[in-house]
Write a protein that binds this ligand. Structure first.
Ligand SMILES: Cc1ncc(COP(=O)(O)O)c(C=O)c1O
Length: 474
């Protein structure tokens, strides 16, 4: 046994027999090294091992502390997972490169069918503005972004009953930039953040980039978010900020009900924890009413709401925003040192476009098209997937999340389909804990359900059949 393992075992005993109490500070690394005669690195390895086991947690510049035992012994608490070191970026990078080629049927892409985006009216506006030099030469391009655009976005919040001032909004280079800037403003290296176990890979990448420790909670089969696990996680770990998707979740597709959002807001308030809400699919609902964001329930200014025009007008424009409230200034400072300005010409065109209500008309058509395609994809898959596969229909967005039998690794399906010039998104992209749940895949169903698409879907189904049959033959 390594010396560090031996030390970790001794320390674990002290925690388990109550010698060290909940939230008590452990001896510093240096002190422990002196006491035990071990090297600093051995002690550090032992502490990190205990941290990975969920027995102790670290606080920046303060040291290591004992996790509340009654919680770590609690059966339910096994739902709360610590993912101390995130390494997902290379996987995502290789994946995104692999699905670039034009000849692939892009079921793996995160963007809607481009035929449905890039509204002709907006393109026309861009053309008109391009002829006037002033439209790009004289538009202010420093953070927080074009005032008129922020005002129009603020009005959209107000329409949902969320009192908003343009100064609350910072325009960003897409939703991903909004998430990254917000997370950077709220955390330091080594801080704990809370994510859903399955979530958009951009959230995992942001955590990796900033050197954060990630606590995850599972998806609740009925409510989307598991409030019990959430409460346990925030009691057990010193969570600095949560990053969650509650509307039209990517990749799963669910939208959390208002009652649950209300409860979540209460917990955030009680524990004074901030939430970064990723809401880039907020406009792609099929019901009569737009789902509320957590901002609606946020009386204490704890929520930073991130969104963009990427999923409705086109990711190529790279325009997003964060409702940053009191964090606006801090975020602008970081922006000034990184992405600086957001394309002033596109901001100007959006102001023109949004001011004339073209957007509402475009959104209506977009929702109708997405709903039609998603239903057709769903129907096809429901009828043709092998037994043991599940697919749930949620009335929003354009993703279907398919559950395969647990013994199937969706990465193999993805590789087999690439050979047939079809991309899909395997679950390895959405869950940095690779040991868990590799048996899911996401399909983008924003495409017109024509013969070519139907034939590609039949290949997806065939590859799944093959994987299941091969497994039975082993
Ligand atoms: C859930 C989620 N958040 C954020 C983004 C990033 O959006 P944008 O293209 O606006 O940066 C995406 C893009 O796929 C996404 O799916």
């Amino acid at each position: 046994m390594y010396k560090s393992e031996k030390l970790a075992n001794n320390l674990r005993l002290l925690i388990e027999n109550g010698t060290w109490k909940a939230n008590e500070k452990l001896p510093s690394l240096r002190h422990q090294a002196e006491q035990s005669g071990l090297s600093l690195i051995t002690v550090m390895n032992a502490y990190q091992e205990l941290e990975a086991q969920g027995l102790i947690y670290s606080k920046e510049k303060s040291g290591y502390f004992v996790v509340a035992q009654e919680l770590s012994n609690n059966e339910q608490n096994q739902n709360v997972t610590l993912n101390p070191k995130i390494e997902i970026n290379s996987t995502v990078f290789q994946y995104l490169k692999s699905i670039q080629p034009d000849h692939l049927i892009p079921f793996g892409t995160a963007f809607p069918n481009s035929q449905l985006l890039y509204s002709p009216k907006l393109i026309q506006t861009l053309g008109q503005l391009a002829r006037h030099r002033l439209s790009y030469e004289q538009t202010p391009s420093l953070p927080p972004g074009h005032f008129a655009l922020r005002k129009l976005i603020a009005q959209r919040y107000c329409m949902q009953g969320i009192q908003t001032d343009p100064s609350d909004i910072v325009i960003t280079s897409g939703g991903l930039d909004a998430l990254n800037l917000s997370l950077q403003a709220m955390t330091k290296t080594g801080d704990y953040i809370l994510l859903q176990q399955t979530i958009f890979y951009g959230a995992w990448q942001a955590a990796e980039r900033l050197g954060l420790k990630v606590i995850t909670i599972p998806t609740h089969p009925e409510h989307g978010i598991d409030l019990n696990a959430f409460e346990q996680a925030i009691q057990k770990y010193p969570i600095k900020v949560c990053l969650l998707m509650l509307n039209c979740h990517n990749p799963i597709g669910f939208t959390v009900k208002d009652e649950i959002k209300f409860q979540l807001a209460k917990l955030l308030h009680q524990h004074e924890i901030h939430l970064i809400e990723d809401d880039v699919y907020e406009e792609l609902y099929y019901d009569q009413k737009k789902p509320l964001s957590m901002k609606y329930f946020d009386q204490q200014n704890l929520v930073l709401h991130c969104s963009s025009f990427s999923k409705t007008l086109g990711a190529g424009f790279r325009i997003g925003w964060v409702y940053a409230g009191k964090f606006s200034e801090h975020i602008q400072h970081i922006q000034l040192m990184s992405t600086l300005s957001v394309n002033p010409f596109i901001q100007n065109a959006l102001v023109e476009y949004l001011s004339h209500r073209h957007y509402e008309k475009h959104l209506k058509n977009l929702r109708v098209s997405l709903q039609r395609s998603k239903k057709q994809f769903y129907q096809y898959l429901k009828e043709n997937l092998p037994m043991g596969c599940e697919v749930e229909y949620y009335p929003a967005g354009y993703f279907l999340w398919i559950e395969l039998p647990v013994y199937i690794d969706s990465t193999h399906i993805y590789q087999a389909l690439l050979d047939r010039n079809i991309s899909i998104a395997p679950s390895i992209l959405f869950n940095a804990n690779f040991a868990k749940q590799n048996n899911f895949l996401r399909i983008n169903c924003s495409f017109d359900f024509n013969d070519r698409i139907e034939s590609a879907l039949s290949h997806v189904v065939e590859c799944i059949y093959n994987a299941i049959n091969n497994n039975h033959l082993r």
